[in-house]
Write a new protein. Sequence first.
Length: 232
Amino acid sequence: MELIGIIGGLSWESTAEYLRLLNEGVRARLGGLHSARLRVATVDFAPVEQMMADGDWSGVASVLVEEARSLEAAGAAFALLATNTLHKVYDEVAAAVSIPVLHLCDVTASAALAAGVGRVGLLGTRYTMEQSFYRDRLASHGVQAVVPSEADRQAVQRIIFDELCVGRVDGASHDQLLDVCRSLLDSGAEGIVLGCTELELSIGPGDLDVPVFATTALHCQAALDRALGVAD
């Protein structure tokens, strides 16, 4: 089993999901007392979030590059950015190390295409929904993404940062997120991408009658494929 490097803490609530899913996945595949081989670098999210709000993406990249290099030095065979939004600086992070960095959008697009879905509704932070980096990466694989209305984007942003990132899972917010998803489906989306790792703390594939692509789970499955030699 190869050693998986994880850059997390963005937020730690979703990083905990990565750890759970990776370990449960190894146990399901190998049985017995097997667990995942991991090196985890977690950052203090508060100053990183402030850089994001200030538009200081070079500062964000510098933080993540340092962590990626630490994982490489620790012997990780490849690395994961345990966050959707900060794939905005994926190119800078991937270029700073010689180990592969498994791109979350790539595995999500593969899952969508395998399900026969070419047009998805995208939920995430306002950075993910409003900037082009995520949609462009999906589009490079032939998957078109549509985003919620401005009012719905504001609601999703609030739920992510004010609730899910601090461990609050509210029933009314769960219902509101599903309403946003249904609006996207009414606009022609064929499936939903949960393009923020924290969203899976509230909603999941069983909540709608269309394919729901849970990016954290997909990222973890792809990582285990690689670590266990199932995929190149």
